[in-house]
Design a protein around this ligand. Structure first.
Ligand code: ARG
Length: 478
C-alpha cells in the first residue's frame, strides 16, 4: 500500500497503529498553527525574493496559508494522527487548496528548523503574555504593601514568632522575589530571540537563502550562527522552564504562608469565598483550596522542567525525535504560568489581613525580647551576650507566671534585674519596634519608603496610581 505521508517515495508500507500513536504530535502541537503559518509565509517570501520560487507561487502560498488559517480557526480543519504534526497538516491542506505551488513551500527547509522556529516564536509570545501578567502582579503587591505600610505583622523563622515587622515590609519581601523572576523571564526572552530558520535538516540549505531576511521579518534579533546548533538547541526552553519553576516555588511558598495564616489557630488573614471552598461533610469548613492547588501545581511545573532536562541529557548532536516531546512540557508550563499568576493575584484581591490578631501572637511569642536586649546594649553599654541573658530572664519569668512582656510591671523588672537597669515602656510596645530598625533593607518605615520608591522606578509606575484592578478585599465584605 502506498503511504500517504510526505515521504511516500521511499516508503511502501504504512506505520503500524501503535507507531502512529507514538509518532503523532498533532494532538498537542496544533497550538503552533499560527506561528507555523507566520514562519512559512516569511520563508516563502524569502524564497521568492531570492528567485528560488516565482512571485506567483509566493502569492498563491501566502493567500493559501491565510485560507488554511481561517479553516483552522473556524474549526473546519480535521486533525488526523496519520498526518503526524501541525506542519504536515498545514502543508497538505495548502497543497489541496492551491495545487503545485504548495509543494514548493518546503524548498530549502526541513521540519527540524521549522519546528525550532515555530517554538521560538511561540515561547516569545508566551513570554510577552507572562511579562504583562507578572508586571500587573508586581503592581498589585506594591499597592497592597503601600496600603499596609503602618500595620504590624510578625516575622517568623522556623515557623516560630521572631520579630515584629511592618505588614508592608512582609508583602514587599514577595515583591522582590517576583521582581527577580521578571528579570529571569527577560533573560529567557533574550534567548528566544535567535532565528533557527534556514538551518534546514541540520547542515543548511542547498539554495541561496537569506537567513537575515527571515530573521528580520519574523522579529528575531539574531540568527543561530551554526546550523547544527540551531536545530539541536533547546536552551531557550530550559531558561523559560527555570523561570517558571522559580516563579512557582515563590507562588507555592506565599501560598503556604497564606494557608498557615488562615488557620483558625493563627487567624491572621481570611480569604473570601471567591478563593475558598467548603467541605461536603463539615458545614463549618472554609478551605484554602486555591492556595493549596497553586502549591500543588508547582510540582508539575518543576516536573515539566525536569522532564525536559532528562529528555535532553543524553541526546546526540542535532535533531532527534525525542525532541518532539519538548512541547508537551512547554505547553503545560505556559498554561500553568498564566493560571498561577492570575490565581495568586485573585487570592491577593480576596484577602483580609488582621494585624491585631498578629499583635496578640507577637505578645504571646515574647517578640520584644530582642528589642530589650538591644536596648540594654545601646542605652547601658551592656555586652550583647549579657543583654541576651537579662532579656531571657524576663521571658522565662513571663512563661512561668503566664504573663507577657508587655504586662510586666516596673517592679517586676527591677526585681529580675536586681535594680541594675530600668526599662522604658516604649521598648515593650510592639508597634514601635519596626521604627527602631536601622540600615537599608530593614523593616523601618524609612526603609520601607525607600523600597517603595525603588520598586516604583523599577516597574515604571507613578506613585499612588490607582490600579485598574478590583478594590482590595475588606473584612466588612466577609
Ligand atoms: N513534529 C516534529 C517535532 O515536533 C517535527 C520535526 C520532525 N522532524 C523529523 N526529522 N522527523 O519535533
Amino acid at each position: 500500500m502506498q503511504s500517504s505521508s510526505m515521504w511516500g517515495g521511499r516508503f511502501s508500507g504504512k506505520p503500524s497503529s501503535v507507531a502512529e500513536q507514538i509518532s503523532e504530535s498533532i494532538s498537542f502541537d496544533n497550538r503552533l498553527y499560527k506561528v507555523d503559518i507566520q514562519a512559512s509565509t516569511e520563508h516563502a517570501r524569502m524564497l521568492a525574493r531570492q528567485n528560488i520560487i516565482t512571485q506567483e507561487d509566493f502569492d498563491a502560498i501566502e493567500n493559501g496559508l491565510k485560507m488554511v488559517k481561517k479553516e483552522i480557526e473556524s474549526g473546519q480543519m480535521q486533525f488526523s494522527p496519520e498526518l503526524e504534526d501541525i506542519h504536515m497538516h498545514i502543508e497538505k491542506r495548502l497543497t489541496e487548496v492551491i495545487g503545485d505551488a504548495g509543494k514548493r513551500l518546503h524548498t530549502g527547509r526541513s521540519r527540524n528548523d521549522q519546528v525550532a522556529t515555530d517554538t521560538h516564536l511561540y515561547v516569545r509570545e508566551a513570554i510577552s503574555a507572562a511579562e504583562e501578567k507578572l508586571l500587573s502582579l508586581l503592581r498589585q503587591i506594591l499597592e497592597l504593601a503601600q496600603s499596609h505600610k503602618d500595620d504590624i505583622w510578625a516575622g517568623y523563622t522556623h515557623l516560630q514568632i521572631a520579630q515584629p515587622v511592618l505588614l508592608g515590609h512582609y508583602l514587599m519581601s514577595w515583591f522582590w522575589a517576583f521582581y527577580r523572576d521578571l528579570e529571569l523571564l527577560r533573560f529567557a526572552r533574550r534567548e528566544s530571540m535567535r532565528s533557527p530558520l534556514g538551518a534546514a535538516a541540520m547542515g543548511g540549505a542547498n539554495y541561496p537563502i537569506d537567513r537575515d531576511y527571515t530573521k528580520t521579518r519574523l522579529g528575531f534579533e539574531a540568527i543561530y550562527e551554526n546550523s547544527m546548533d540551531a536545530v539541536a538547541n533547546r536552551d531557550y526552553q530550559m531558561s523559560f522552564h527555570f523561570f517558571a519553576t522559580r516563579l512557582f516555588i515563590h507562588i507555592s511558598r506565599i501560598s503556604e504562608d497564606f494557608i498557615f495564616y488562615s488557620t483558625a489557630e493563627a487567624g491572621y488573614i481570611r480569604m473570601s469565598d471567591a478563593v475558598t471552598t467548603g467541605s461536603s461533610i463539615m458545614p463549618q469548613k472554609k478551605n484554602p483550596d486555591i492556595a493549596e492547588l497553586l502549591r500543588g501545581k508547582s510540582a508539575r511545573v518543576i516536573g515539566n522542567f525536569l522532564s525536559l532536562l532528562v529528555n535532553l541529557k543524553g541526546l546526540p548532536s542535532t535533531y532527534n525525535r525525542d525532541l518532539q516531546e519538548d512541547k508537551v512540557y512547554l505547553f503545560d508550563t505556559v498554561d500553568q504560568v498564566a493560571m498561577g499568576i492570575d490565581g495568586l493575584s485573585e487570592i491577593l484581591r480576596n484577602i483580609a489581613f488582621f494585624p491585631d490578631k498578629m499583635i496578640q501572637s507577637l505578645e504571646k511569642g515574647f517578640a520584644q525580647a530582642t528589642d530589650i536586649a538591644d536596648y540594654l546594649v545601646s542605652a547601658h553599654g551592656v555586652a550583647f551576650r549579657e543583654a541576651h541573658e537579662l532579656s531571657g530572664r524576663l521571658v522565662r519569668y513571663c512563661e512561668e507566671n503566664a504573663k507577657t512582656l508587655g504586662t510586666l510591671s516596673d517592679g517586676e523588672i527591677a526585681e529580675l534585674w536586681q535594680g541594675k537597669f530600668t526599662l522604658p515602656r516604649e521598648i515593650l510596645d510592639l508597634r514601635q519596634s519596626p521604627g527602631r530598625r536601622q540600615g537599608r533593607g530593614s523593616t523601618s518605615p524609612q526603609s520601607l519608603g525607600e523600597q517603595f520608591a525603588l520598586a516604583i522606578s523599577l516597574i515604571g509606575i507613578k506613585e499612588q496610581k490607582p490600579s485598574g484592578a478590583r478594590p482590595v478585599f475588606r473584612p466588612s465584605t466577609l
